[in-house]
Design a protein around this ligand. Sequence first.
Ligand code: PMT
Length: 432
Amino acid sequence: MSSHTTNTTAPLHQVDENAYFNSNPPPKALPQHIAAAESFINQHAAANRRVVLITSGGTTVPLEKQTVRFIDNFSAGTRGATSAEYFLEAGYAVIFLHRQFSLLPYSRHYSHSTDCFLDFLYEGADGSVVANPAHQEKMMRVLRKYTDAKRRNTLLMLPFVTITDYLHELRAVAQLMRPLGPNGLLYLAAAVSDFFVPPERMAEHKIQSTDATDKLRQGPTTMRQEKREQQQQQQPSEGGGGNQKQNGSGKDGAQPEEETFDNFDSSPAVPRSKRLIVDLDPVPKFLKNLVDGWAPEGMIVSFKLETDPGLLVHKARYSLDRYQHHLVVGNLLSTRKWEVVFVGAGRDDRWIRVPINRRKKTISGAEELVGAAERDRSTGGGGSNRPLDPATLPEGEPEMEIESLIIPAVEEWHSKHVESATTRNGGASASR
Ligand code: PMT
């Protein structure tokens, strides 16, 4: 078959994929990340251990190639970092593909602004650094788990920043996971940008907020030329250029360079800030490529975030029907730490909730409201098919992490996935 024929018969999503990845360059660290992921996967495949790829945090959308400004989103990486700890506890090896500087497994307990690690330490009598006795027990537990993950090499951290970095990394790692077959699990908790600026429309340099520098764009020679001409015009009448600053303008009313940048000056001669209209393209949907091509045998769990309770289940099911993967975990922005809904093919929706008696942690006086939604519906705590009313939840965070319920439930689905693959393959072992 000629290469021409191959191209023209390539599925549409393959064409989109090539077009996107060829025109949006990969992150510099990709080759090192691939090498690290490959050896990590080989180690755990040889031990017949399950490997989960967790994506976590938000992706940025740069507005300039030399990026000063970018669009971002709210995701702190809590879901991903917390889930990683529970997956490790369940015996998985974890590839943690995360937004640089978002929350990390284990260190997340001490990297919040409210839980600054320095507050957990004090200076001992001998000048050593000592952990605060009140926190020592928990710190020791966290430290031991972290050290254990390092010693056993069960946690690989790979950072990304931009939407393009993320997609290159996701594709590369998912493809590397193929040899794991059904033992591979992809748990896509990242909040991925839906829009981006394609490279052909992206400014190279910092976008200017006034048109004061438009003339300079003609190039450095022209700029110097204009400056010289300006000075020559000013010199005979002003006796030199030294008073440019005081006068504020040259003979012909042109602004000296320093003052054209002064946005606090209300003089009409000073350029005003411009409006910035950003024209974004949709990011191609690669979930189909992931399901069909990048990781065809692994189990794929995507997340769906909504703010409107009336849309959540509908959108989660739509995503499942469209991409034909295994499970969508739906969550609402306001209640995502309290409840999620599992939406899977051929299964009833299943709500997973922090039980009523584990919802308090930092209490704001709203304790009597906790669980009121369920009590009102006489479900006895957590059985309702309707989202919780955020107004009934206490302020702060629940005492119990909902990921401690999500991960065992996902693990159960994954076991079924592995079992049915094993049956299909005529009983060849695909266990942990
Ligand atoms: O980090 P936290 O503050 O704890 O917040 C966690 C979370 C709310 C971000 C998380 O629980 C969550 O819901 N993540 C998914 C957000 C979302 O709605 O994504 P989406 O609809 O844009 O994408 C659907 C799924 O496809 C997601 O699993 C996403 O990771 C994945 N995706 C989407 C687009 C794309 N180009 N690549 C992807 O992998």
